[in-house]
Structures are given as structure tokens and as C-alpha cells.
Design a binder for this molecule. Structure first.
Ligand code: 5AD
Ligand code: SF4
Length: 474
């Protein structure tokens, strides 16, 4: 969510220069790619006079940047729209106007449904269309009802976006790849985000330099399938993610941490594994979703690898980079999943050991093959499996966090802490860390001696001991 609130303009200024002083509230659902897109929407709207505000009540325009990945995410959007409609009515009664936009993957997949269920929405546009916001706003001003932009435009959106300026803070996202050609049978992404597209290397390096000049110290490069990245190099050669990481580390002075997400086991190649060995600023936490530990479920999901393939990849990565820790996504209750299949997932989790993970009940998504294939697993069975799986994952996460007690970690302090006199930040493993520190350390990487570990966070005190990025503990 974009929450930076500019000083509010006086009402007189707002009336006389309304075109120059509008406010937009962008609410982000779902993945980091949406967080990046929301920041870029703010960049696109800035030349039209829109500045970000902190609440819908202050806004002239509210955009919901939506997620379609699971049914729950979808439902949230429609209930939020209901609330915003009330605000819209109140504003109209007071002689004002609130423009409502729905962006992102729900907009892409359910444009017509939104128009039917929420006819008060003014703009519906997909993830590939937001560079056209100025045109959409102009169309809206001319009247004529709902503005719908859910085509995949042939031209490249990245070529039409202004320079980024709306990501604030030392840790930022940079989208390098979009779309997915994998067609996992449970997933809507190939339908909402379209085919794989990789940005050229030179554009990414330039954007990274700009982000660093704006204060970024940690960059997470993003893609739905980030390690399927195959961007054009300057000399026409195709560059993969491993090579791109080397180039960013070598050519962009000032980056202190690099991460990438989300990757697919099938696209982990030798060059990427070597980058984990060689690139010191590549952080030692890898989010590598496996979804299931049962081969027949992996096949039904169309994942294109077995559980044993995944184990081998993890072993190779750990050989290359011993401090590497793993994160993953799991789906329980995929159609046809038996008790034995579920046990195979539990076994895989015990064998690999995870620093953190995300887990979900299978949610049938309209239009995807799995929604209508196989025998759907009963809801209570899904719920019981998810509970068991989450107990195991929480135990692992807790043990992982406890393994840092008494050790020193480098922490990128990026926000105020829970209590006065505290700052909070992230370890190389993305663990949130609370530390007593003065505000002038905000934005720096500090050595922190860890003295408390909980399942979801660490705490510690500033230390003079060196803590090197890329190693699990000093
Ligand atoms: N049901 C449940 N979980 C899903 N995911 C994607 N689609 C579905 C679905 N239909 C999960 C996967 C993916 C993560 C982003 O969301 O685990 O990796
Ligand atoms: Fe969805 Fe599979 Fe593509 Fe990931 S790899 S975005 S889960 S289809």
C-alpha cells in the first residue's frame, strides 16, 4: 500500500487548481509484483497532478490493485468495493467525486463481472495496461461510462512508464520479468499476466542505478517466474538470471543486498547456482516453491519435476552456498491428493527443512484445468492437513530463528520499531529484527547480536562485532 501522505493542500488551492492537486489512494493486494506495479501507477499518475494519500477518505481516486490467485483474495476485493461505494455516495452528496479503479489480476480476469456486480466502478484495467492511465483518466473526464482496459497490449508497458520515483526506503522491488508459460494446472497467472516477457538487461541496470541513487540499498528483482528470465543483453545475446545477478552486483555501485523471487525449480540452472556461490551480496534465502512432495500430485499440477528432482536442486544449491536457507509455497488438498500424498509432502518438509514457508488450501480457480479435473478434496480434510502442515512449518521456522541466538546478524534497519527508541529491519534471511537504536541509523545495515527468537521475529542489540552479509552467523 502506498501510505506516504504529502502535506495536505488547502481547500482553496484544491478548488482553484484541482487538476494540479488531486490525491490517489492505491491499495495493494497479493504479491510483491503488485507492490511494484502500485508504485509505478503512482509514477504514471504523478504528472497528472496526483499525489499519494494515506486513506480513501482523503482521495479523489482510489485504485484497488488486486490479486486473483485464490478465491479469498477475490472476495476481499468485492467487499472493499462495497465499502468504497458508500464513500463515493457520501462524496457525491457533498458535491465531490471519487473515481474508483480496479487494477491487477482480478480486473484482468473478471472485468465483465466487476462491471456487473459493481457498476459504480469507473476504470477496470489489467496488469499490462496501467501505463495507459493518463489516457483512461482523460476518457473518464470526457464521460461515457466504464473505462475497460484488459487487452494485452502489443507494445511494451515498460517502454511507456516514467522513471520510478515512488518506492521509498532502503529496500525496493524491481520487476525484471512478467508472465508465465508454465501453466501449472491450479494457477491463474498464465491467464491474467500473459506469456513470459523479460526486460532488456540495460533497462534493468539503469533502473537499479536510479533506485540506488534514490536511497535503495537492497533490491529484490521480481518476476512471476523470475528465473525463467531471458533478457536481451547489449550485444544481442540472451542473458539468464545468474548472469543478470552478476551484472547488477558488478555494475551498480551501492547495492548491498540482492534478492530474487519467485523462482521455479525447473529453471534453476548452473549459472544461477554459481551466482549463489560467487555473488557475496546475493542474500542466502531462496524462495523456491515446491507445492507438493508427492510425484503424482506434482505431475497432476504440471510442475514438470519430481520431488527427487527438487531435493537434488536443493542439495546443489546448498553445496554451492552452505549458509543458504529455503522458503517455499505448499498447496494442500489438490484434487486427488490422498493421505499418502500428503504424508509425502510432510516427509519432504522434514528432509529439506525450511526457514519459512507459505501454505494454502487448494482453491479451485475458474478456467484452470484443476478446477474441473480429479476428485476435489473435502473442505474439512483440507483444513486438517493445512493445520498439520503449518504446525510442522512453524516448528521449523522457530528452530531456525533460535539457531541465531547468541550470534551476530547484519540487519538492514528500514523502519521504526515497535517501541520508542527501537528500529526494525530485516536479516539476510528476511527475519524481522527489533533492536534498540537511534533514528539516525535508519537505512543502514547494522550488526545486531541476537538475544531473543520467536517464530516470526528476532530481537537483539547493536554490536560492534562484524556481521557479514551472506553468512548465516558471525
Ligand atoms: N489454490 C491454492 N493455492 C494457490 N496458489 C496458486 N494458485 C493456487 C490455488 N488455486 C499458491 C501457490 C503459489 C502461491 C503464490 O499461491 O502455492 O506458489
Ligand atoms: Fe502459476 Fe505455475 Fe506459473 Fe508459478 S509457475 S506463476 S504457480 S503457472
Amino acid at each position: 500500500m502506498l501510505t506516504s501522505a504529502p502535506p495536505s493542500a488547502s481547500p482553496i488551492l484544491e478548488r482553484s487548481e484541482s487538476r494540479l492537486s488531486k490525491k490517489v489512494f492505491i491499495k495493494t493486494y497479493g504479491c510483491q509484483m503488485n507492490v511494484y506495479d502500485s508504485a509505478r501507477m503512482a509514477d504514471v499518475l504523478a504528472p497528472l497532478g496526483y499525489t499519494a494519500c494515506a486513506t480513501p477518505a482523503e482521495a479523489d481516486m482510489v485504485i484497488l490493485n488486486t490479486c486473483h490467485i485464490r478465491e479469498k483474495a477475490d472476495d476481499k476485493v468485492f467487499s472493499e468495493l462495497g465499502r468504497l461505494h458508500q464513500l463515493q455516495i457520501e462524496k457525491e452528496r457533498a458535491g465531490g467525486r471519487l473515481v474508483l479503479g480496479v487494477a491487477g489480476c482480478v480486473a484482468q480476469a473478471e472485468g465483465a463481472e466487476i462491471a456487473r456486480r459493481a457498476p459504480y466502478v469507473d476504470m477496470v484495467f489489467g496488469p499490462q495496461s496501467y501505463h495507459r492511465l493518463p489516457e483512461m483518466v482523460a476518457r473518464l473526464a470526457r464521460g461515457g461510462g466504464l473505462v475497460l482496459e484488459t487487452e494485452f497490449p502489443v507494445e511494451d508497458k515498460f517502454d511507456h512508464l516514467p522513471q520510478p520515483s515512488h518506492q521509498i526506503g532502503p529496500s525496493v522491488f524491481l520487476t525484471i520479468q512478467e508472465g508465465c508459460d508454465k501453466f501449472c494446472t491450479f494457477c491463474v497467472v498464465p491467464y491474467t499476466r500473459g506469456a513470459e516477457f523479460s526486460r532488456p538487461v540495460a533497462d534493468i541496470v539503469a533502473e537499479a542505478r536510479l533506485l540506488v541513487s534514490q536511497g535503495a540499498r537492497e533490491i529484490t528483482v521480481l518476476g512471476q517466474n523470475v528465473n525463467a528470465y531471458h533478457g536481451a543483453g547489449e550485444n544481442g545475446a540472451v542473458v539468464g538470471l545468474g548472469e543478470l545477478i552478476r551484472r547488477l552486483a558488478g555494475e551498480v555501485g551501492g547495492i548491498e543486498r540482492l534478492r530474487y523471487m519467485t523462482s521455479h525449480p525447473r529453471d534453476v540452472d548452473d549459472s544461477l547456482i554459481a551466482a549463489h556461490r560467487d555473488v557475496g551480496i546475493l542474500m542466502p534465502l531462496l524462495h523456491l516453491p515446491v507445492q507438493s512432495g508427492a510425484d503424482r500430485i506434482l505431475a497432476a499440477m504440471n510442475r514438470g519435476h519430481t520431488a527427487q528432482d527438487y531435493r537434488r536442486i536443493v542439495d546443489r544449491l546448498r553445496d554451492a552456498c552452505p549458509p543458504l536457507a529455503l522458503s517455499s509455497d505448499f498447496i494442500v488438498g489438490f484434487p486427488g491428493e490422498t493421505g499418502a500424498d500428503f504424508e509425502a509432502t510432510m516427509t519432504l518438509i522434514r528432509e529439506v527443512g525450511y526457514a519459512q514457508a507459505f501454505s494454502f488450501k487448494y482453491s479451485p480457480r475458474p478456467g484452470t484445468p484443476a478446477a474441473t479435473q480429479g476428485v476435489q478434496v473435502a473442505e474439512p480434510v483440507k483444513a486438517a492437513r493445512l493445520a498439520d502442515l503449518q504446525v510442522l512449518l512453524a516448528e521449523q521456522q522457530h528452530a531456525f530463528n533460535e539457531s541465531f541466538l547468541g550470534k551476530t546478524l547484519p540487519v538492514l534497519l528500514d523502519r521504526p520499531g515497535r517501541q520508542a527508541g527501537q528500529l526494525a529491519g530485516r536479516s539476510p534471511y528476511l527475519q524481522p529484527v527489533q533492536v534498540a537504536a537511534s533514528a539516525d541509523l535508519l537505512g543502514t545495515i547494522a550488526s545486531v547480536a541476537i538475544n531473543a527468537a520467536r517464530t516470526n521475529s528476532l530481537a537483539g542489540r547493536l554490536s560492534t562485532l562484524p556481521a557479514l552479509a551472506g553468512v548465516s552467523a558471525a
